[in-house]
Design a protein around this ligand. Sequence first.
Ligand SMILES: O=C(O)CCc1cccc(O)c1
Length: 508
Amino acid sequence: MAVAEDPVEGGAVPVLVAGAGPAGSTTALLLARLGVPCTVVERRGDIHPLPRAVHLDDEAVRVLQRIGLADAFARISRPATGLRLVDARLRPFAEFRRDRAAGSHGHPESNLFDQPDLDRVLRAELVRHPLVNLRVGTEVTGLDQPPDATAPVRVELSAPGGAETVCAQAVVGCDGAGSAVRAAIGSRLHDLGFTDRWFVVDVRSARPIPTWGGVEQVCGARRAATFLPLPGDRYRWEFRMRADETAEELARPARMAELIGPWRVPPTQLEVLRAAEYTFRARLADRWRVGRVLLLGDAAHLTPPFIGQGLGAGLRDAHNLAWKLAAVLAGGVPGVAPEEVLDSYQSERGAHAEAVIRGAVRVGRAMTGGAGVTAALRRPLTGMLLRLPGVRARAERGIVPRFPAGPLVDRVRHRHDLPGSVCPQPTVRADGVATPLDEVLGDGYALLTAGPVDAGLAARARTLGARTVRLGHDLADDGTLLAWLAAGGASAALVRPDRVVQATSPRT
Ligand SMILES: O=C(O)CCc1cccc(O)c1
């Protein structure tokens, strides 16, 4: 299939991305990095002015690194100490600590930020990139997909100049919870059984508010709450709302003073930037792809924020999809049918997104659910639970993606085998220069070797155009990669462009 050279307004475009939020912008920038021109349509003229997401983990920051924005993100975020459970009087009773220097993905494990800051960084990059055509004030109103999956999709747009139609070889719907693209392909969001109203308060504080440097989850019986220190002078509180409460009532000075009372912050030192009701939901779309139309981010899944994974899930989707879509538009991944390549997007990402949503619901209920005796027992029970073998380690590790076997992930025989897992990113020395591993691996497939490679894997790597990177020759690291390969019983790993291990060569 021919890919148009340039994005052409009103004509054929290789990829139309609906929505310029963080997930849509990241998708477009990943595609553009791979040489695929994108048109991004965005309903809003300017970035969304209100703070929304506040947390990204190290794997999600690694995705931003792929589009050259890790340093910019570091400037607008603060590495966090982790998650602390506290009682109604803010006395800690459990703590999950994160590495503030760098975790296995080469970035701080927990990062707090204010979403409009990230939106501005991404928007500047979209505007700057020669392969991205950003069209604001424009949104998808309908789609028409011919039965032949490889024929262009006709996309109806509402634009400042009126209604128009463009043809795109693929459409990526990143248009949020109320996605028009999702509706147009007949995909439905399924409720995973969680809806909770919370009152979210974003403030600036004239004086620093003492914090432990991470997220505080108040697990009191009377009212669950979350407190987060954002960068600079900004902070966020979230309070669970009772059935008979309204945001207007809670926003009154007397009620607000009562809510933030335990933190002992004089309300006069605070400037309230926003105080609004937000409904936390757990939802998953049943179909993430119909032909060449794909869903991503909040259009595909919604999670409550208790483990801080909402936006990260969208960036992971973008990382998983962009290289597959780019490959299919350029003729495919050798040895795998294009439809299988694209199907693997939902089979890989859907399972992880569902595990994250269900995990967030479980954690949310465990931390904040119940009343009376149940809530009173939370503190001692949590202490006991965390002393059980493996429980703390699991809670600290989070929900790590482990993709199932498929056309792009070999079957594993042992749970320590590497295929389906994400390769770590230590800092390595290449040509005498300290560099994050991904910069050495490049944008395509890579074959990371620490010893002999079996002939089958070597041939597959050649067919896929993989860059061979030999430990101890092309780069040196602190032993992380060697230990990782050894733990997985491998002497070499074939790493996909999204850093997922596709196959390994066994250690002999
Ligand atoms: O696990 C962490 O380090 C923080 C998790 C988190 C982030 C944001 C909100 C929240 O309730 C939890």
